[in-house]
Design a protein around this ligand. Structure first.
Ligand code: DQA
Length: 156
């Protein structure tokens, strides 16, 4: 029998990440979100994965997308921006999704202000990548490919 087509990975970006490129380049680098989207798409293609890449400044919209992912995605890569540190609603949605979750941050949040050291998202995440800039998204896709591979072997 032919293999079912794998669902895409939802890559979801939170508030102010649409400002990348001009926003505090000394912290976040010069890559725009569109540059990161292109990098992620190319990496996903090389891994045989599909990607649904999104950004919103609205907590409610992010929660809605994560809810939808439960049925439409194979896994979630999330950079929730400042909602990382504040949003129990997003944490609840990620836990309800029952999908592999990898958390990404461009900056090393542990080298920054104390309030960035706590992440609600981490409570739902299999892994966390931070401080490696745009490369973190590529590494997260590699990690997700490995998790999905292990999962599918478990089902075989
Ligand atoms: C961020 C880190 C967060 O603390 C911050 O609020 C962001 C970006 C990062 O990618 O480094 O908006 O998630």
């Amino acid at each position: 029998m032919s293999q079912p087509v794998q669902k895409p990975i939802l890559i979801v970006n939170g508030p102010n990440l649409n400002m990348l490129g001009t926003r505090e380049p000394s912290v976040y680098g010069r890559d725009t979100l569109d540059d990161i989207r292109k990098l992620a798409l190319a990496k996903a293609k090389s891994l045989g994965l599909g990607v649904d890449f999104r950004q919103s400044n609205s907590e409610g919209e992010l929660v809605g997308w994560v809810q939808d992912a439960r049925t439409t995605a194979a896994g979630i890569i999330v950079n929730a921006g400042a909602y990382t540190h504040t949003s129990i609603a997003l944490l609840d949605a990620l836990q309800a999704a029952e999908l592999p979750v990898i958390e990404v941050h461009l900056s090393n949040i542990f080298r920054r202000e104390d309030f960035r050291h706590h992440s609600y998202v981490s409570l739902a995440a299999t892994g966390v990548i931070c401080g490696l800039g745009a490369k973190g998204y590529e590494l997260a896709l590699e990690g997700m490919a490995a998790i999905l591979e292990t999962k599918s072997r478990g089902r075989a």
